[in-house]
Design a protein around this ligand. Sequence first.
Ligand code: ZN
Length: 369
Amino acid sequence: MSHPLTATPITTRILLAWLHLLALAVGLAGVWARARALSDSLRNPEDPRAIRRALVGDAWWGVAAIMWLASGLWRLIGGTEKSTSYYMESNAFLVKMALFLIVFALEIWPMTTLIRWRRKRAEPDARDVGRIEIISYVQCALVATIALAAVVTARGYGMRAGAAATLAARHAADSVAAADSVYRAAVVPADSLADMPESPEPSGTEVVTPDDVALLTREIAMPLDGIDPTTLRSNFDERRGGGTRQHQALDIMAPRGTPIRSATAGRVLKLFTSANGGLMVYAADSSERFVLMYAHLDRYAPGLTDSTRLARGQIIGYVGSTGNASPNAPHLHFAIARSADVKRWSRGKAIDPLPVLVGAAGRGAARAP
Ligand SMILES: [Zn+2]
């Protein structure tokens, strides 16, 4: 499982996605050309160019396979797109892998046979030519299906378990984004929290006292610039994950790349990556009573590490849609929890951030420079 501390540059991500897609196109063309040339050779066995054309198609098919595998592994293991676990939870992704293995298994015999033809160790005979032709056409169909499975994976369909709700939630988020052109006041019923570390889990020992709330109100400031918390609607109690759990956080819509500022002074506890939360920051406030969590980041602020000291207002990252947020509705998922021990950063009793932010705004919370 990868926990990249810095996001891969967008140019690399585009390049890898392009190479991966291009490989499918090149491979399809190559294996199709191989099949056609072999069929020509069957019709006219005296034509030596037909076999040569088949070998050229076969070479492109091989180049495409290497390109596809290399770019795919880089994206999967490098965590340049969704996190590795996101793919592992996707049925569509597993279907894609299974299809790839079938294509590969089907290729073993044609590959060794064609190598023998290339090295003149064997003469092409009609029976083998016919078989490889049929295998090639089957592989064409399988590659086309892989392309379909890839599109399905990227769109987030075919996720297992609670993830079915992700689909519905995403559509909800899409329509919110489309309907509401005023980004900042919009609140998304977006991310279903299918697995967790999203919102901290109560350990059972934390209690939120009025004292805690007063302290937090003195400490906190809105993590995004130019947003008046009184214009936001709380989505803390909304049911997510197909109604299986409460959201227990505040989603704040903002354009991708909007700087996210540390809401309090304190320190980074953990830079974490999860299938649902995407790139996340867990931080402690200066009193070490609270864990603040920021999710779906596009990228971290340069140089941010697991132990960075934070000033209130310091930029920690940028708004994005990593994890299960809709790409069309980038937003900050902001959660606060009363913690019995901030070293256990994934534990705590969730506190609705909105009333605290509204209280802080009423007090005229100054943002630290
Ligand atoms: Zn959220």
